[in-house]
Design a protein around this ligand. Structure first.
Ligand SMILES: Cc1cc2nc3c(=O)[nH]c(=O)nc-3n(C[C@H](O)[C@H](O)[C@H](O)COP(=O)(O)O)c2cc1C
Length: 182
């Protein structure tokens, strides 16, 4: 397989992550720079892969990661496909989508049950007592979308006789791959 074929196959899998409920690329681990501990890390659901390969996920605008990416937009995302033994590590700049019309359109597409993820009365991460119930807002939400402008995708394909590791970087809108020692 050529480097380009590895790239195309990887992107196809990434897109499946947004359309197939059980696909392992539905989830990725997002790493960011946390101002106090230095490390911010958590799983996210991949919602959309845009034409230019920007990635979109949804969150609550009060969550720690939103503050973190405001200060340090550079993030990394890790995808792992256990059956295919395929790892994709993406690197890019993350920013919250502020446009209210866009947010409204996508909010309208969030199923009623899932809306609770963006409507807690208190901000995510607020300490509460063991007995305290989590209250939800009725007519407002803190839904936000985050776009990751991806500029690097590193692929590791475990296989015999030789593993494959390729770093793809985008320059002037074109992705170029460099093979690396695995
Ligand atoms: C399987 C799984 C998927 C998750 N997906 C999302 C998601 O798409 N968006 C989100 O905001 N939080 C998601 N979470 C919760 C986050 O991982 C995290 O706990 C929360 O957003 C607070 O993160 P922060 O304090 O680092 O901002 C998910 C958790 C799990 C276990």
């Amino acid at each position: 397989m050529s480097l380009n074929e590895y790239f195309d196959a990887a992107i196809l899998e990434l897109k499946k992550g947004t359309s197939q409920k059980k696909h392992p690329f539905r989830y990725f681990t997002l790493a960011s720079l946390q101002p106090n501990t230095g490390i911010g890390i958590r799983p996210e659901v991949l919602r959309k892969v845009e034409e230019n390969l920007d990635l979109i996920f949804y969150t609550d605008k009060r969550s720690a990661k939103i503050e973190e990416i405001k200060i340090h937009p550079r993030v990394s995302g890790l995808f792992y496909h256990p059956k295919k033994l395929l790892q994709l590590k993406i690197v890019g700049q993350a920013n919250a989508i502020e446009d209210s019309a866009t947010l409204k359109t996508y909010w309208n597409g969030v199923p009623t049950k899932a809306r609770k993820d963006y409507t807690t009365n208190l901000a995510p991460g607020t300490p509460i007592t063991d007995e305290q119930a989590v209250d939800f807002l009725e007519n407002e939400n803190h839904f936000v979308m985050v776009r990751i402008q991806v500029n690097e995708i590193e692929l590791v394909q475990l296989q015999r006789p030789e593993h494959m590791r390729i770093r793809f970087q985008i320059t002037n809108g074109k992705w170029n791959g460099t093979r690396l020692v695995p």
